[in-house]
Write a protein that binds this ligand. Structure first.
Ligand code: CTP
Length: 402
């Protein structure tokens, strides 16, 4: 979700600074690039080497360093960021921010910034409760500075109370939430399934299909880009994990159903996986051997649970909008329309998967959207473009339902 976002992390002098390399790592895992400014106090608790190694960038410390100023002046430092994150934000740096004091690189960069600022305060409980800090926080909040934490708990000084810096993952979530604001699917939870399932015959062999996962992964990627909190449950696929998406990787249909149920409640479910209709009834733990006058094994198959039908009939847990796919080789529209009714979903995206269409495994898709209102024929386009069009329709539908 933070793909392409630039965060300027200002690390001031609190013991919680030791958590900053982890914070940088988590922000980068979510796709952000992070540039660090370290105060003198901060450098007592975490080294520039550690921050530089995890951010893979220079760590800026000195206001009057000729090299730092030549490479990246304090004005550019803050202007090039999309968000300035102060973590830990000590009582001292909050006071400087509130009173316009610029006496080192961190406070000067903050003064020079025209970018949104998010602070993760960390200090002793009495410092947090001190009227001076209370007033500084109120002043900064009035100016639009956002805060995450502090949390209640044991502190390094041995006391207990409000003042612990929020954990790196919580801070990364707050950064994520910040960038989601204003996006059309902010606050909407989505579940997407993708890829094939593998149904074991024995420990080395399995039943599968030709699905690549391209379409489902592209849908999860665009939903996340539009601000939706997205979970992607995928069967085995070579597609890269989409940015900002919670991944649950499974092999079988039974596992896929369990993973989908564990992801509920969601607002939207888009089931694009090519789920195997059957599994081998008694898949053993020993490899089936051939040879001699043995006959080839006869596989006895049982039907897999239907995930789309199950979620469509989930009562109170039913997502507001359930969308299925229909992979058809003949009578595409008629069969898909029947499937929509049988499975009880809201929309069906029907696609022709005859080998000559190259849909399975290919990059393009020709689909028809079947809704209560009728059938829409979409032109042949890339799977990413199909995902964009579907997301656009979802945004329109959810907005008009409000
Ligand atoms: N689906 C599912 N669980 C299954 C089988 C299918 O959730 N066990 C979903 C697919 O993800 C898709 C839709 O149902 O969204 C239709 O899948 P498709 O393979 O086209 O149809 P089937 O229901 O398997 O029926 P058939 O194979 O007879 O066409």
């Amino acid at each position: 979700m933070l793909e392409g976002k630039k965060v300027l992390l200002i690390v001031s002098g609190g013991i919680a600074a030791y958590k900053c390399p982890d914070l940088v790592r988590r922000l980068r895992q979510r796709g952000a690039s992070v540039r660090c400014v370290l105060t003198n106090g901060g450098a007592e608790f975490v080294t520039p080497l550690a921050l530089g190694a995890v951010s893979e960038d220079k760590v800026y410390q000195e206001l009057f360093s000729l090299t730092d100023e030549n490479e990246m002046g304090h004005i550019r430092l803050s202007r090039e960021a999309d968000l300035v994150l102060v973590a830990p934000a000590t009582a001292n740096i909050l006071a400087k921010m509130a009173h316009g004091i610029a006496d080192d690189l961190a406070s000067t960069a903050l003064m020079a910034s025209d970018k949104p600022i998010l602070c993760a305060p960390a200090m002793n409980v009495r410092m947090w409760e001190n009227p001076a800090t209370r007033e500084n926080i109120a002043t900064l909040a009035k100016r639009g500075v956002a805060f995450i934490g502090p949390e209640e708990g044991d502190m390094a000084c041995g006391e207990w109370g409000l003042g612990r810096m929020s954990e790196p993952d919580q801070i990364a979530d707050a950064v994520d939430d910040f960038f989601r604001q204003g996006l059309p699917l902010n606050g909407i939870r989505s579940l997407v399934t993708s890829g094939p399932t593998f149904e074991p015959i024995d420990p080395v062999r399995y039943l599968a299909n030709r699905s690549s996962g391209k379409q489902g992964h592209a849908i999860a990627a665009v939903l996340a880009r539009l601000g939706s909190t997205t979970t992607l449950v995928t069967g085995p696929s070579h597609q890269p994990d989409p940015a900002g998406v919670k991944m649950i990787k499974v092999e079988t249909a039974v596992q896929m159903l369990a993973a989908c149920e564990s992801a509920l409640p969601v607002d939207i479910a888009i089931l694009a996986a090519a789920v195997s209709d059957w599994r081998v009834e008694a898949a053993g733990t020993s490899k089936i051997k051939k040879g001699g006058d043995k006959k080839p094994p006869q596989l006895s198959l049982v039907e897999n649970p239907d995930i789309l039908a199950t979620l469509s009939a989930a009562g109170n847990a039913r997502p507001r909008l359930v969308i299925g796919f229909a992979a058809e080789t003949d009578d595409v529209i008629a069969n898909a329309t029947k499937k929509r009714a049988q499975k009880g979903c809201d929309w069906i995206v029907a696609n022709d998967v005859k080998p000559e269409t190259g849909t399975f495994g290919g990059d393009a898709n020709t689909v028809h959207l079947i809704t209560e209102e009728g059938v829409e024929d979409w032109p042949k386009q890339s799977k990413a473009a199909v995902a964009d069009c579907l997301a656009e329709r979802i945004v329109d539908t959810l907005t008009s339902a409000q």
